[in-house]
Design a protein around this ligand. Structure first.
Ligand code: HEM
Length: 388
């Protein structure tokens, strides 16, 4: 049966959210065979409720039509993925990673500024500029390579190897062939990172080094390192593109950089949803949820909830924070500060560029794939202000 809810969301995500909010924002969806939640308050409530678990991958993998040995290999990998862990095990690992992350957070502005200067010195700002290939991707890759303290070729190589492992997280159905591709990708990602570590191709006191010092190098800690290196790239890249787009689109409004970053992250949420399973029979806001039922929380709808934000669908100085883009509760994103700081550096750089150029949007196109949303095309026109 075609999933009509997905179809409607992909046709026009934000109109669907409005319709869903009008229907009460929290109900059972027959196509997903899950509870779906669209309002800010209920999303907060459920993500903070310990009666729901994020540990849902094994149930998901169990449903695939693949051999048991593949199920075992996949389970083994994703059970060590922070986002799908829970309870003591999750808290323990998250605590361990907190120290290196806090240490590196202090360096983020300087690392981002250096990466941005490198790109803006390369004379790309002449005429029509393909923002994705000439600014967003080079900045993201240079920034993360530098943050982790590895060279850019090694960083790109890791991401390439991890592509199928990451895709597996967002594609709904699988067969043996896809499972093999995913497992190959997982193994190659591990061996690529292990080879970099063995040959000490990383800098002292950058994130990879800080993580190794904190968590050591057994199987579990290597899984954590892999998790951190590959998890943040795609949503970060997406938010860099969105930021540049909104900065140009709304420049007339003169909004402070910090608020502009926050509002960009609110309006364009790269991962539109989080999911949980109920650990017991329970009642939330009069809805009876049974043990094992899935709840899909549309955080990108919570970010545009009319009860919480006014105006909800555009950038504004008036909106409060409490955005749901990085999740809520115990699974709150470990890369949120890194992302916000780097976007603030980007905001400063955009302000500087506006002193030198008149910048206009030539072309933009969003790509929405239900579990991930990003700008697929962004072309800007730069004209030197001395010529204007
Ligand atoms: C715009 C950028 C980003 C967005 C939108 C984003 C989004 C999210 C969301 C929504 C969650 C919670 C998932 C859930 O509750 O089910 C999450 C968790 C996580 N994120 Fe991010 N993220 C971003 C950047 C990053 C970066 C840069 C890193 C790594 C350096 C990172 C690493 C993680 C990790 C490890 C978790 C799991 C935390 C846990 O389960 O306790 N993220 N992220």
């Amino acid at each position: 049966m075609e999933n009509l809810t997905i179809k409607k969301i992909l046709d026009d995500r934000y109109s669907y959210y409005l319709e869903a909010q009008k229907r009460g924002g929290f109900y059972w969806d027959e196509y997903f065979k899950s509870w779906v939640v669209f309002d800010h308050e209920t999303i907060n409530l459920i993500l903070k409720d310990e009666r729901f678990t994020a540990k849902r991958k094994s149930k998901y993998i169990e449903m695939f039509n693949i051999d048991d040995e593949y199920k075992k290999a996949l389970n083994n990998f994703y059970s060590k993925w922070l986002m799908y862990m829970d309870g003591e095990e999750h808290i323990h690992l998250k605590r361990k990673i907190q120290k290196p992350i806090s240490n590196i957070n202090r360096e983020v502005t300087q690392i981002a500024d250096t990466s941005l200067n490198l790109i803006t010195n390369s004379n790309i700002f002449l005429g029509d500029v393909d923002v994705i290939n000439n600014i967003a991707i080079p900045f993201t890759n240079n920034f993360f390579a530098s943050l982790f303290g590895i060279n850019e070729d090694d960083y790109s190589n890791i991401l390439n190897k991890a592509k199928d492992a990451l895709k597996f997280l967002w594609v709904p159905s699988h067969n043996n062939e896809e499972a093999i591709k995913t497992i190959t990708s997982i193994n190659n990602t591990y061996s690529t990172i292990s080879e970099i570590i063995e040959n000490k191709r990383y800098s002292e006191n950058r994130l990879l080094d800080l993580m190794i010092k904190e968590v050591g190098l057994n199987d579990d800690s290597l899984a954590l390192i892999v998790n951190l290196i590959v998890d943040g790239h795609d949503p970060f890249l997406s938010s860099v593109k969105s930021y540049i787009y909104f900065h140009i689109k709304y420049k007339v409004r003169n909004i402070k950089n910090k608020q502009m970053v926050e509002e960009t992250l609110r309006l364009e949420c790269p991962f539109p949803l989080c999911a949980r399973l109920s650990k017991e029979d329970l009642v939330v806001k009069s809805n009876k949820i049974q043990k094992g039922e899935r709840v899909i929380l549309f955080i990108s709808s919570g970010n545009r909830d009319l009860k919480k934000y006014c105006p909800a669908d555009t950038i504004s100085e008036l909106n409060s924070s409490e955005i749901q883009t990085f999740g809520v509760g115990v699974h709150y994103c470990i890369g949120a500060t890194v992302t916000r700081q780097a976007l603030l550096s980007l905001a400063k750089k955009m302000n500087n560029l506006e002193q030198l150029y008149e910048i206009n949007i030539l072309e933009s196109k969003w790509e929405d794939s239900f579990g991930f949303r990003t700008l697929d095309k962004l072309k800007l026109k730069f004209i030197e202000t001395s010529i204007v």
